[in-house]
Design a protein around this ligand. Structure first.
Ligand code: PXP
Length: 256
């Protein structure tokens, strides 16, 4: 079954809206850590955090406590900088997703441009692998980027699904699904693990997983955290896991 990685950043976004300077005090709520633990119990197979340079949501103390307390897999989203590579090597998350980082953006807006930064990214990937961390590269579903990811020696990519999520017409949605399909096929043929994420939600998830093959993990944040405000974190995670499970059951039946 495709695994769910819950991106917990937006729980911290809500906390920082009120407790910008005292996020580590006992009354600063909501606390992402117990909610991450709840999500694991409800079926999330990993917890993703993006420790941004400007610390706008997740804080260092969140990452430290998550590292100690979560039972599944910690995936650290990080910029490709020597400081963040050193941070990851010390923290030792199981996985690290290398992303572009731009101070002005509201969230990660595009994939890494590997064509302009192969050496720098290859160096970070090699250091992370040596440190026992599985790196993945957050890239657009573009053939040139996927070939570059393989050349760099990354074991894993995360396909940026933002263009699919933002597509509004039936034709645009079909076009984006075809790009994702082709990208996943290409990456799989090159021996890369295929993850995906950004903008996936309760309505666009089923068509995505029905079309795109070889998916290992989907990292989903905003839609689950938003739904958790309405129904609670455990129910919100269970609803997404049910969509993934339904797909796994259809596949298993087809194999019989
Ligand atoms: N994967 C990556 C690399 C991201 O940067 C983000 C956004 O933080 C996500 C997945 C999750 O996106 P969303 O919050 O839209 O589900």
């Amino acid at each position: 079954m495709i695994r769910l990685g819950l991106n917990i950043d937006h729980v911290a976004t809500l906390r920082q809206a009120r407790y910008r300077h005292e996020s580590d005090s006992a009354h600063a709520e909501p606390d992402p850590v117990p909610l991450a633990l709840l999500a694991e119990k409800a079926g999330a197979k990993g917890i993703t955090v993006h420790l941004r340079e400007d610390r706008r949501h997740i804080q260092d103390h969140d990452v430290r406590r998550l590292r100690k307390q979560i039972k599944t897999v910690l995936n650290l989203e990080m910029a490709v900088t020597p400081a963040m590579v050193a941070y990851a090597l010390k923290l030792k998350p199981e996985e690290a997703c290398l992303v572009p980082e731009n101070r002005q953006e509201i969230t990660t807006e595009g994939g890494l441009d590997l064509l302009g930064s192969e050496r720098r990214v290859a160096n970070a990937v090699a250091r992370l692998v040596k440190g026992g961390i599985v790196p993945s590269l957050f890239i657009d579903p573009d053939p040139g980027q996927i070939d570059a990811a393989a050349r760099i020696g990354a074991p894993c990519i995360e396909l940026h699904t933002g263009a699919y999520a933002n597509a509004r017409t039936a034709a645009a949605i079909r076009r984006e699904l075809e790009r994702q399909w082709a990208a996943a096929e290409q990456a799989h043929a090159l021996g890369l693990q295929v993850n995906a994420g950004h903008g996936l939600h309760y309505r666009n998830l089923a068509p995505f997983i029905e079309t795109v093959p070889h998916l290992h993990t989907l990292n989903i944040g905003h839609s689950i955290v938003a739904r958790a405000v309405e129904v609670g974190m455990a129910a919100a995670v269970k609803e997404i896991v049910a969509i993934l499970k339904a797909k796994a059951q259809v596949k298993a039946k087809a194999r019989k």
